[in-house]
Design a binder for this molecule. Structure first.
Ligand code: HEM
Length: 169
């Protein structure tokens, strides 16, 4: 991953107007190991906490304990992508609790999803990278449908839905 910060390159608000430039040179890597998934999760949250829209949701509303949250999210994505059973949480319940504290907005979903796609496309590619994008689109849409008072669908960006079949929450 480049030292260049994605956040500086993704300061525009509209999901469909992002341009983060060319990916780093080097062979494309997929998300096939726990180490690669670790790097993705850390990169994603490093951008997310710098984001004007999402940063406060995590730092001020959720007051997230990163030493707990990051390993949890690595476990989650290892379950989704590698079939590793270590994540045993209840994702809808966790977001319901958050939504009760301060309702998520469609813009929160736009930003979360855009940052996820951009972060992956910047460094990773292959069937599992596509699966990570497709899975996020599906879960984000599912959360938005199940939480009250949000209307959101992942129509803003192309996800490349290869590998999405058979995903489970
Ligand atoms: C608007 C979009 C989203 C926002 C603002 C958001 C925000 C949050 C927040 C604040 C937490 C609680 C963190 C904590 O207290 O430690 C959380 C937990 C979590 N989020 Fe999200 N989230 C979003 C979408 C998603 C999506 C689309 C996924 C999966 C594809 C996801 C996966 C998770 C997981 C696995 C957890 C941990 C749940 C647990 O406690 O077991 N989130 N999220």
């Amino acid at each position: 991953m480049s030292e260049r910060r994605l956040a500086a390159q993704t300061s525009m608000k509209r999901a469909d107007t992002f341009d983060i430039g060319s990916p780093d040179v080097g062979p494309a890597v997929d998300l096939a190991t726990r180490g690669q998934i670790h790097d993705l999760v850390v990169s994603f949250y490093r951008e997310l906490i710098m984001d004007d829209n999402l940063g406060p949701v995590f730092s001020e509303v959720a007051e997230v304990d990163w030493s707990h949250h990051i390993p949890l999210l690595i476990d989650y994505w290892c379950r989704v992508l590698l079939g590793d059973p270590s994540y045993q949480g209840a994702i809808l319940d966790a977001h319901r609790r958050m939504h009760d504290l301060q309702a998520f907005t469609a813009e929160n979903f736009d930003r979360w999803y855009a940052l996820w796609i951009i972060t992956i496309d910047h460094t990773w590619s292959g069937p599992l990278a596509e699966k990570a994008k497709a899975h996020a689109a599906r879960i984000a849409a599912s959360l938005a449908r199940q939480l009250p008072r949000i209307a959101w669908e992942p129509t803003q960006l192309q996800t490349g839905t290869r590998g999405a079949k058979g995903d489970t929450d």
